[in-house]
Write a protein that binds this ligand. Structure first.
Ligand code: SAH
Length: 447
């Protein structure tokens, strides 16, 4: 097999990032935008030692999992990977992906519970951070790149976001505000950040800028008000003058309204600042947190909520639990968490702003003893030092692990098992339909 060969391939598997996989002359060939069950004519693009990459020339026999893709940006945008596959099939793929990670990386042969599908597969996102193209239009980064694919209407986000980005794009053109250019670090407007609190309708818009101020800020606010009306609760700028691909800088400044918006999650009023993490799929976050409460058996327990963000998981359990201690590294999120506890009349929760491993170490030395430890780390998972402190310092009855990356969950599950915990049950929860991502929640019991 060599570059530009056209070969006939049966797609027999999917990679974790949603590319189809087939075999040719015993070698794995990765073919994006195919589905398990397709037979395709494939042009070989690159041949490596033990695998190759190809591109579909023609689908010869379509898989019965195929559906009509309904988004013009799908092929180039780096967001969705499953728009050509039925949601049912997507859930099956995600279920297998999580199982295979636990088995292969974690070395644990335990099947997951049935995946909990999302109630919505369109318009479920409550937040977007849209990069701006050279011509001042918003969109998304292309796959594996920072080239901006202009997209006026994204199927995953609420329709009001399309209107906001369209209006901001007009504002940029009208007032000649230069889009940021990542390569030479010039221009002003980097990203448009939009968040909606779905239960209250409140909208926050933040302009991420390579500078200290946004010219024509009053016109910016006016344009946003015209689109959002009363729901516009906060307009801010976020200053990011670094030469970096990290989207947000550390400093926000309010141009209009409040510093935050308020949503209601699991019956708790949650205030969220732009720098605070908040699950992008609100309804499924409720589902996830209900599962977390079930796995934690939180009634009358002392619960340690590590990587707690604005405190949402712990606070959703606070009425049933004996006490909650939350730990989070972002100061604004900790401020939100403290406010959220007070604002909901919750008196048995406290929050610490620190690195999870360092705080756990400190709490263990103070002889604090949680009955349940919940961890909800970013994709890279937990530090081994933290898992050591959890297992040997706290030795709680239960560990509940909320994960957005099944590979690091599996790695950490293996470590926890080596340290005396047993994985009892885990459930994939689909918070990110149509994309390659899937949330998983697991619990472990001390042996
Ligand atoms: N449990 C929260 C947030 C989960 S996202 C929720 O469900 O909404 C992961 C969180 O971990 C983020 O808020 C991030 O800021 C925080 N974080 C990242 N690294 C951390 C660290 N080393 N120590 C503590 N928190 C950290």
């Amino acid at each position: 097999m060599k570059k530009n060969d056209i070969v006939k391939i049966d797609i027999i598997d999917m990679t974790v990032d949603g590319s189809g996989v087939g075999k040719y002359e015993g070698m794995a060939v990765f073919v994006p935008l195919t589905a398990v069950g397709d037979t395709a004519s494939v042009r070989i693009l690159k041949v490596k030692k033990s695998y190759a990459y190809g591109k579909v020339e023609e689908i010869l026999i379509p898989s019965n999992a195929r559906i009509e893709n309904d988004c013009a940006s799908f092929k180039s945008c780096g967001g969705c990977v499953y728009r050509h596959i039925s949601y049912e099939k997507e859930c099956e793929i995600k279920q297998n992906k999580v199982y295979s990670a636990i088995k292969r990386i974690g070395g644990i042969d335990l099947e997951p519970k049935e995946i909990i599908p999302s109630n919505r597969i369109s318009h479920y996102r409550n937040k977007e951070q849209l990069p701006v193209s050279v011509s001042g239009k918003f969109g998304f980064f292309a796959k594996h790149s920072h080239r901006v694919i202009e997209c006026e209407s994204c199927k995953l986000q609420p329709e009001i976001f399309d209107k906001i980005s369209g209006s901001v794009s007009e504002f940029l053109t009208l007032y000649n505000i230069k889009p940021y250019n990542e390569e030479n670090h010039t221009g002003l407007f980097r990203h448009l950040y939009i968040r909606i609190a779905e239960k209250t309708g409140e909208i926050l818009v933040c302009a991420v800028i390579n500078g200290n101020s946004l010219p024509f800020a009053d016109e910016f606010i006016k344009a946003l008000k015209a689109v959002c009306g009363e729901n516009l609760k906060s307009v801010q700028i976020n200053k990011n003058k670094e030469k970096t691909n990290v989207i947000l800088g550390k400093e926000c400044e309010v141009l209009y309204g409040e510093k935050y918006i308020t949503d209601i999650l699991c019956g708790v009023k949650v205030r969220i600042s732009p720098l605070s993490f908040y699950q992008v799929n609100r309804d499924m976050a409720e589902c996830l947190y209900e599962k977390a409460a079930e796995y934690a058996e939180c009634e009358n327990k002392n619960v340690l909520d590590l990587y707690c963000g604005a405190g949402t998981i712990g606070l959703s359990m606070a009425k049933r639990a004996k006490s909650i201690v939350g730990v989070e590294i972002i100061p604004e999120a900790v401020e939100d968490a403290k406010f959220n506890a007070k604002n909901n009349g919750i008196e048995n929760a406290r929050f610490i702003c620190a690195d999870a491993a360092a705080a756990a170490d400190m709490l263990a030395k103070e002889s604090y003893q949680p009955d349940v430890v919940i961890v909800d780390p970013p994709r890279k998972g937990c530090d081994e030092a933290l898992l050591e402190t959890i297992a040997k310092g706290f030795s709680p009855e239960r560990v509940v692990y909320v994960s957005c990356d099944s590979a690091t969950l599996a790695r950490d599950a293996k470590i926890l098992e080596e340290k005396g915990y047993k994985l009892i049950e885990y459930t994939p929860v689909d918070l990110f339909p149509r994309t390659a991502h899937c949330e998983t929640i697991a619990y472990f019991i001390s042996e």
